[in-house]
Design a protein around this ligand. Structure first.
Ligand SMILES: C[S@@+](CC[C@H](N)C(=O)[O-])C[C@H]1O[C@@H](n2cnc3c(N)ncnc32)[C@H](O)[C@@H]1O
Length: 259
């Protein structure tokens, strides 16, 4: 497996806007995209009042404030479609804040929507005001570029008593032992990243992670023997993700039953 993709090195984090970064990548070169994009929660007032909905104003990140959210989503989704191989897939995270726009643009780009996974949180953050249910899930759209796509039924059976899995992953919020190298506001659990990557790609293949953050999907790719290519704008998150990538052994032992 070459460790270069059009001059970009695999298995390292590029400090770069992902839309610009993806433009350096050749057409049809990636096996799987796993994208955990901004949900635009920081765009105060236009889409969401955190206090009103959740009862507290906890999540407010500059990177999560995008003025033209539609154009931003279209740009990254179109690039993902271009760089994926004809039998490649995209997995895209979302909540009601971004999911409908992202799902629409995924289909507009030419993808075929296959299923929507749910991540059901066993211990969701509470809604103290009681004016809406506790917000307890996130979704992951699975869509393929063409009719052929990867679904690893053998893996699904291996992690589920020899039966195919359901489309719902139920876990706690990201456990503390995965956060010991630093705090990140929306770090996804490794359990889910490992399952998604293992279900929709094979070892030695290349996974594109457009929005690296603290690197959960890259760590999962490394643990499961895939190559990754990733972009992140914030140096402090790149530092955190690199530390996580250098310290996977202890966690890998705990998650070995999923690998
Ligand atoms: C939702 S977080 C990803 C979290 C990741 N799944 C994890 O578990 O660590 C999104 C990340 O994308 C980064 N980001 C936002 N816009 C970006 C862009 N245009 N290009 C590259 N990175 C971007 C943010 O700085 C943030 O760290």
């Amino acid at each position: 497996m070459p460790n270069l993709l059009n001059g970009l090195q695999l298995n390292r984090i590029y400090q770069r806007d992902c839309i610009e970064g993806m433009k350096l990548m050749p057409d049809n070169s990636i096996d799987l995209v796993i994208a955990d994009p901004p949900y635009n929660l920081g765009n105060n007032g236009t889409k969401l009042n955190m206090k009103e909905i959740y009862g507290f104003n906890q999540f407010k990140e500059d990177w999560d404030k995008i003025d033209d959210f539609h154009s931003f989503n279209k740009a990254w989704i179109d690039e993902c479609h271009r760089v994926l191989k004809p039998d490649g897939s995209i997995l895209a995270y979302g909540t009601h804040h971004n999911l409908f726009t992202v799902g629409y643009l995924i289909e507009q780009a030419g993808f075929l929507t296959r299923i929507k996974y749910e991540w059901k949180k066993k211990n969701p953050p509470p809604n103290f005001t009681g004016n809406a249910p506790h917000f307890a899930s996130e979704s992951i759209i699975w869509a393929s570029k063409g009719k052929r796509r990867t679904y690893n039924l053998d893996y699904a059976k291996r992690i589920n008593n020899n039966k195919n899995i359901q489309s719902v992953f139920e876990t706690t919020l990201t456990p503390r032992n995965e956060k010991k190298h630093g705090k990140f506001p929306c770090q996804k659990p490794l359990e889910i990243s490992i399952k998604l990557i293992s279900l929709h790609s094979y070892p030695e293949q290349t996974v594109l992670v457009p929005f690296c953050g603290s690197g959960s999907e890259c760590v999962a790719a490394q643990m499961t023997g895939r190559n990754f290519i990733t972009f992140e704008k914030e140096p402090k998150y790149i530092e955190l993700a690199n530390i996580r990538l250098e310290n996977t052994n202890e966690l890998k032992d705990k998650l070995i039953h999923l690998i």
